[in-house]
Design a protein around this ligand. Sequence first.
Ligand code: PGA
Length: 231
Amino acid sequence: MIVALNNKSNLTKEEFIKYLEELSTINTKHKMILCPSSINISLFNLDNISLGAQNASNNVAGAHTGEINSKQLKSYNVDYCLVGHSERREEQHITSQDTNKKIRLLIDDNITPILCVGETKEQRIHNNYKAVIKEEILTAIEGLSDKEVEKIIIAYEPIYSIGTGIIPSNEEIIEVLNIIKSILPTNKILYGGSANEDNIDTLKEIDEIDGFLLGGLSLKVDKLKLFLEKI
Ligand code: PGA
């Protein structure tokens, strides 16, 4: 299984250094990826976990104040990068066209994109979640070769599940995973949204899941260890 940790905008320098010490004690067969807040990336020093970023610029180096581009990320040994997380889609107005540009640049710099897709509660209620997921994927991969598309990891995160403790039924999750597989039959797919050490027993019954993207749980290393033991 792949377990990606999304620290979001958390952990000061001192907190992150302590956190790395805790993470260094993790001993697991699973593939771990840590996506720290950008400012903490240069402090990363673990060899039991791969390094990811939470975002990359839509642009190459140049006059783009506040942006961090994929070449810079690679120069700090970043091997994975979240793309299109719903918090960035909502707060920074990232579009699917933006995710397409980011993915293109990341792949060119040999960084594996983790494309986040997922519907809002409203989109689910109005039954257009299938179209939303398809659009988020098809636009993000536009113009890429089959070989490039194969490199992308997909993270299905129902937006109403993120940080809320509300998780769809396994049947609902499987339905969406099959929609994703109908477009991308061989790509790895993670589930994200309130996954934790308590609900993992139910979630792990889903064979179609190749791993998890963890937000809140990423910050609680003791509970994360329990989670890792259960998968
Ligand atoms: P959560 O966040 O695990 O806290 O719900 C997941 C995410 O946003 O990636």
